[in-house]
Design a binder for this molecule. Structure first.
Ligand code: FAD
Length: 286
C-alpha cells in the first residue's frame, strides 16, 4: 500500500521509526523490537538508512520484514549523498524485488572529509529520479519546522521544500521538535508556499539526559522552558526522566491531534516500552 493513501482515511496516521543495528551486530538483534512495535499496529514503520551508524545494507531487509512477515506497511529511507545514479538504480531494484512501495528520499548529512558523489545534489533530485523510474514508488520527504541548518532563513527553506514536493514527494515527515508552536508556524509557511501534501509531525520521546544533549546538538531543535525544567529536575534520575519524557511527548501529541495534525511519526529509538506506553495513552484519540 502507498502511504499517501493512508492519509486519505479519516484518522490521524500513526507511524514509528526504527534504525537497523550497526554492521557489526547481527540483524536478528532488532527482530524482537520489530515484533513488539508491529503488535501495536501502527499505520507504517520507517527504517533509517545509515543514520546514527546503522548499517545501510540492513535497511531493505528490515523494511521487507516489517511488511512481508509482520503485515505492517513499511517505508525505506534512502540517502543519495554518496551514491551514483547507477547505485541508486540497483537499490531501487532491490527495494522493488522485496515488495517495498514507499521511500523516504533524503540527501543525507554533509560530513566534512567524507567523499561526496555529485550525481544528486539535493533530495529533490533523488525524488525526481525515483519518480521517473519505471518502478511505481510513493516518495516521502523530510522537512524542518525550525529550518534546516544549511538554509539561510525560513523563506529559502520553504521554497526549497516546495521544489521537493514539486519533484514528486507526496507526503512529508518533520524533523523532531519539542515546541508545537514551531510546527504550527511551519504549517502556515508551507500553506503560503503552496505545499498541500500531508505533513506528519516527528516526535521524539526523550528518555535520558544524554540523548537530549546529542539530539539538540545534531538537529538544532529548540528546548522550551517547560522541557528545560524537566531536565533540570529529573535529568539525573533515569526512571523519573523516562516517565517525564514520555509524559511530555504525550502532551505534545494530544495537542497536535486536537489541532488536526495529519500524522504522528514517533522516533522510537528502537525502544518498544516507550512506544507502547505512548501508544496506550493516545490510541483512542487517533
Ligand atoms: P535536502 O532536502 O536536499 O535539503 C538540504 C539543504 O539543501 C537544505 O538546507 C535545503 O533548504 C537545501 N536545498 C534543498 N533543495 C535545494 C535546491 N533545489 N536548491 C538549493 N538548495 C536546496 N539521514 C540519514 O543519513 N539517514 C536517514 O535515514 C535519515 N532519515 C531522516 C528522516 C527524517 C524524517 C529527517 C527529518 C531527517 C533524516 N535524516 C536522515 C537526516 C537528513 O539526511 C539531513 O537532515 C540532511 O542534512 C538533509 O537531508 P534532506 O533530505 O532534508 O536534504
Amino acid at each position: 500500500m502507498k502511504i499517501s493513501s493512508l492519509y486519505k482515511m479519516e484518522k490521524t496516521v500513526l507511524s514509528f521509526e526504527v534504525f537497523p543495528p550497526k554492521a557489526t551486530s547481527p540483524i536478528e538483534t532488532v527482530y524482537n523490537t520489530l515484533e513488539q512495535l508491529c503488535d501495536l499496529k501502527p499505520d507504517f514503520i520507517s527504517v533509517t538508512y545509515g543514520a546514527a551508524g546503522g548499517a545501510k545494507s540492513h535497511c531493505c531487509e528490515i523494511a521487507s520484514r516489517i511488511k512481508n512477515i509482520h503485515g505492517i506497511e513499511s517505508v525505506a529511507h534512502l540517502t543519495c549523498i554518496s551514491n551514483t545514479k547507477n547505485e541508486i538504480k540497483n537499490i531501487l531494484n532491490e527495494f522493488n524485488d522485496n515488495g517495498i512501495e514507499n521511500i523516504l528520499a533524503l540527501r543525507g548529512d554533509i560530513v566534512p572529509g567524507q567523499p561526496r558523489c555529485t550525481d544528486f545534489k539535493f533530495a529533490s533530485d533523488l525524488t525526481a529520479f525515483i519518480k521517473s523510474s519505471s518502478r511505481n514508488f510513493d516518495v516521502c520527504g523530510a522537512c524542518y519546522p525550525e529550518v534546516h541548518s544549511e538554509s539561510s532563513d525560513e523563506v529559502e527553506d520553504i521554497l526549497n521544500l516546495k521544489k521537493k514536493v514539486d519533484a514528486g514527494a507526496s507526503s512529508l515527515i518533520t524533523q523532531l521538535f519539542f515546541d508545537n508552536n514551531a510546527y504550527y508556524s511551519f504549517l502556515k509557511r508551507a500553506k503560503i508556499a503552496g505545499i498541500n501534501v500531508p505533513i506528519s509531525a516527528g516526535i521524539m520521546p526523550v528518555v535520558n539526559k544524554k540523548q537530549i544533549e546529542k539530539m539538540v546538538s545534531m538537529c538544532g531543535a529548540s528546548l522550551p522552558a517547560k522541557f528545560a525544567k524537566i531536565m533540570q529536575r529529573y535529568g539525573d534520575n533515569p526512571e523519573a526522566m523516562r516517565d517525564a519524557g514520555i509524559a511530555y511527548a504525550v502532551d505534545q501529541i494530544v495537542d497536535l491531534i486536537s489541532n488536526g495534525v495529519d500524522g504522528i511519526h514517533i522516533y522510537t529509538m528502537n525502544n518498544p516500552y516507550v512506544a507502547r506506553t505512548i501508544y496506550n495513552s493516545i490510541k483512542n484519540l487517533l
